[in-house]
Design a protein around this ligand. Structure first.
Ligand SMILES: Nc1ncnc2c1ncn2[C@@H]1O[C@H](COP(=O)(O)OP(=O)(O)OP(=O)(O)O)[C@@H](O)[C@H]1O
Length: 334
């Protein structure tokens, strides 16, 4: 392994006005009338709700599945209209299918699987009923925040008022000793965990998955690409619980070789055989107000190069990412 001597600059800048206001494209109805949905069980393809002339609201999709107090909470925070992935995936998830949610970052995958979880859990039961596995502590904290935001909904039913759903974050770098006593005393309903912390708890048998109804693996491509995490993840998917006793959801913005991945899911029994791949990945044109530049230069030249790029483009604002390239042995340096 040689020494790194180059830097990569990615400059994303917003051009100075005049420019057209970017559209909030995440919530646009799809232009393509044909579904991106693939149903692997040989059943006829399902017409996505987003193709209907009057697409339903989030409440209409979730009615009779998600408790009313959670739906009211969604509306309080302003989630009224489903995103494309929510519109396509929620009916499939509510019908009991395992799902691979394949949609770009920020498309609403987190809320999709959380709504499935809230449709299945029973807060009166004292057991871990849903597990969300995340690759990083940061993502775990974000997911926990949204899950808790939905959990604070007030019940109309006074019997349930004092028994709201609890969410535990079992993340690397957290206080696992404190969590151990919590898990033993009163198991939370939902656990959001990084694979490292989770494996420790499972090995010590502090944590059992017998009552788990939903298993979500978020950023699944990241987890499978990490040699440190992959064996624990495989163990979790097959050894600690069976895919027949749970609903399994994989979520990711990118799943390279997704056909191969789906094949593995079925073969290895990570999911049931009729797992559905929901692929919402329409290519959006880059808003005209944005300009991207990608430059490779020597480490010592990066400041000068950045300065000249800024001087030539005169952006109103910009985000700059700087990464270092490491030369793998045998690779030719230019
Ligand atoms: N139906 C909705 N209406 C309005 N806002 C929504 C809706 N669904 C999600 N959002 C908001 O959109 C943003 C992105 O959603 P979310 O984090 O669920 O996307 P994601 O696909 O899980 O992204 P990532 O791949 O980064 O995990 C969040 O701020 C969320 O609150």
């Amino acid at each position: 392994m040689g020494c790194s001597n180059t830097a990569t600059l990615l400059l994303s800048t917003a051009k100075t006005p005049p420019y057209s206001t970017p559209t909030a494209f995440r919530f646009l109805q799809p232009r393509n009338p044909y579904p991106n949905l693939r149903c692997l069980s040989g059943k006829p393809p399902i017409t996505p709700l987003s193709c209907l002339p009057n697409p339903p609201t989030l409440r209409e999709i979730c009615r009779n599945h998600v408790p009313d107090h959670v739906l009211r909470r969604l509306e309080e925070v302003g989630y009224l209209v489903p995103t494309d992935v929510q519109m396509e995936a929620l009916p499939i998830l509510f019908s009991g299918n395992d799902c691979i949610l394949h949609a770009q970052t920020g498309s609403g995958k987190t809320l999709t699987y959380l709504l499935l979880i809230y449709s299945l859990i029973n807060p009166k039961r004292s057991a871990v009923q849903a597990l969300i596995v995340v690759p990083t502590r940061e993502l775990g904290m974000q997911v926990t925040k949204v899950a808790r935001m939905l959990a604070v909904a007030r019940h109309m039913d006074p019997e349930l008022e004092h028994k709201s759903c609890t969410v535990m974050a079992l993340l690397d770098g957290g206080m696992l000793r404190r969590h151990k006593s919590w898990l033993k005393a009163e198991p939370p309903t939902i656990v959001v965990a990084t694979i490292g912390s989770l494996s420790q708890m499972l090995q010590k048998q502090i944590f059992k998955l017998d009552s788990m109804q939903v298993l979500v693996v978020d950023e699944v491509d990241f987890l499978f690409n990490s040699s440190k995490q992959v064996s624990s993840l495989r163990m979790l998917l097959t050894s600690y619980s069976s895919c027949n006793n749970r609903q399994t959801v994989f979520a990711s913005a990118s799943i390279p070789q997704h056909r191969r991945f789906i094949h593995d899911c079925i073969q290895q029994k990570w999911t049931k055989g009729d797992v559905v791949h929901v692929h919402v990945n329409r290519i959006k044109p880059m808003p005209a107000c944005l300009c991207h530049r990608f430059v490779i230069c020597g480490r010592k030249e990066k400041h000068q190069l950045l300065l000249s790029l800024l001087q030539s483009d005169l952006p109103k604002s910009g985000i700059i990412f700087v990464g270092e390239q490491v030369w793998v042995s045998g690779q030719k340096k230019d």
